[in-house]
Ligand binder design. Structure first.
Ligand code: ATP
Length: 331
C-alpha cells in the first residue's frame, strides 16, 4: 500500500522544475514576501509552495535569505509585504505560539534549549494547550494532573526515540551541541506538528550524528509530517530531499528534484561562484564530512548510547562493525 510520502514523491516526480512551481497539494504557500533591512534585500520571494508529506530542502549561498524566510514564515520576523497560507489558512499576523498549535513549528540554527532546566522540563515546555498554565485551572490540580501525566509520557517516548532518555533529568546546558539539536527536534514534536521547519539541523554535528539526524528526518516524513529544512551539506540534501528550492539574494532562483538542481547551471553559478562547471555533488569544500562517512560504509542505523561516564554516538557500518565517537560537537 502506498504511504502519503510515496504519493507525495510520485507527484513531485512529474513536476516541471521551475522556480515557483505549483504543487498538487501544498501545505505552505507564500506570495510576494518581501523583507529588507535598510538597503539590504533579505527576502524577495514571488511565489513558493511546499508539497505536503515531502522532505523539501531550502538551499543557497550564505546570505541568500533562507533563515530570514523561515523567520518570516514563523512570525519571528515581520515582512514589509507578503501573504502566506499554512494548510489553507492565512498566517499573516498570527503569533508564533498559535502557529505551533495549528501544526507549524520550527527549530533554530543556534539551538534554543533552556540550559538551567532539565531535559524533561524542556520537553514539557513544548506541549500545547496546557490546562495548568491558565490561572483559573492552575488552581485546580484535578483538572490538569492527567494531562500533565500524558505530556510527560509523550515527552519520555520522544526522548527514547531520540536516544536522550538517559539524559532525562540532566540540565539541558550539560548536553553536547549534537544532543541539543536532537532535543530541539524532539521538543518540536511535542506539538504533533504537520509541518516542521528545521534550520540547519546538521550544522556543527559530526558525520555519525548527521546520519542519525538524517534517519530521524525520514521518519518524520514516514509518520506523515512535511519537512522543510535549510542545509548546506549537499550530500545530505541530495540523499534525503524529495524536492529542493534554491534561494540567492532573497529570490527563489531554482526548484526541482535533487538531480535537476545538481545539474542546473543557474544554481552552480549562484551557489558555487568561482567553482563553476563542477557538479554540486562533486564539490569537496561543501562536503563537511558526510561523504567520508559514506565511504566508511556507515548505514543509517545509529544513535546515542550512555557510556560509563559520557554518552557517545555510534553508527553501524555495512560490514557489521560499529563505529563510535566521543561527541565532539560544540558545547
Ligand atoms: P546563512 O546560510 O549564512 O545562514 P541565509 O541564507 O540564512 O544565510 P539570512 O541570514 O536570511 O541568509 O540573511 C539574508 C540577508 O539579510 C543577509 O545579507 C543578512 O546580512 C541580512 N540580514 C539578516 N538579518 C538581518 C538583520 N537582523 N539586520 C540586518 N540585516 C540582516
Amino acid at each position: 500500500m502506498s504511504t502519503s510520502a510515496d504519493i507525495a514523491t510520485d507527484w513531485l516526480e512529474g513536476l516541471s522544475p521551475e522556480p515557483g512551481a505549483t504543487k498538487p497539494d501544498p501545505i505552505l504557500v507564500a506570495d510576494d514576501v518581501h523583507r529588507h533591512y535598510g538597503g539590504v534585500v533579505a527576502v524577495d520571494v514571488d511565489h513558493i509552495e511546499v508539497q505536503r508529506h515531502s522532505i523539501t530542502a531550502l538551499i543557497g549561498p550564505n546570505g541568500a535569505g533562507k533563515t530570514t524566510f523561515f523567520n518570516v514564515m514563523t512570525a519571528f520576523d515581520q515582512p514589509q509585504s507578503g501573504n502566506w497560507r499554512f494548510n489553507g489558512d492565512s498566517m499573516r499576523g498570527v503569533k508564533p505560539y498559535r502557529m505551533a498549535s495549528r501544526g507549524m513549528v520550527r527549530t533554530f540554527q543556534l539551538t534554543k534549549s533552556l540550559a538551567k532546566m532539565t531535559v524533561i522540563e524542556n520537553m514539557r515546555l513544548g506541549a500545547k494547550n496546557q490546562i495548568g498554565e491558565r490561572w483559573y485551572t492552575g488552581l485546580m490540580p484535578f483538572m490538569w494532573r492527567s494531562q500533565e501525566q500524558a505530556i510527560t509520557e509523550r515527552a519520555e517516548e520522544l526522548l527514547g526515540r531520540f536516544n536522550l532518555a538517559h539524559m532525562r533529568d540532566e540540565y539541558a546546558g550539560s548536553l553536547s551541541g549534537g544532543q541539543r539539536k536532537l532535543l530541539e527536534m524532539a521538543r518540536a514534536l511535542m506539538t504533533d506538528p504537520k509541518l516542521i521547519m528545521l534550520d540547519e539541523p546538521m550544522a556543527g554535528v559530526n558525520p555519525a550524528l548527521k546520519q542519525v539526524i538524517n534517519s530521524h528526518i525520514r521518519e518524520l516524513r514516514d509518520d506523515g509530517m512535511t519537512v522543510l529544512f535549510v542545509e548546506h551539506d549537499m550530500d545530505m540534501v541530495h540523499d534525503i530531499s524529495d524536492w529542493v528550492v534554491v534561494m540567492a539574494e532573497g529570490r527563489v532562483i531554482a526548484e526541482g528534484r535533487p538531480d535537476d538542481i545538481a545539474a542546473n547551471p543557474a544554481v552552480i553559478d549562484a551557489y558555487l561562484g568561482a567553482h563553476q562547471g563542477q557538479s554540486l555533488l562533486e564539490e569537496g569544500e561543501i562536503d563537511d564530512g558526510f561523504g567520508e562517512a559514506l565511504d566508511a560504509g556507515l548505514t543509517l542505523e545509529g544513535g546515542v548510547i550512555a557510556g560509563d561516564d559520557q554518552p557517545f554516538i555510534f553508527a553501524d557500518r555495512k560490514d557489521g562493525a560499529r563505529q563510535s565517537t566521543e561527541d565532539e560537537d560544540e558545547r
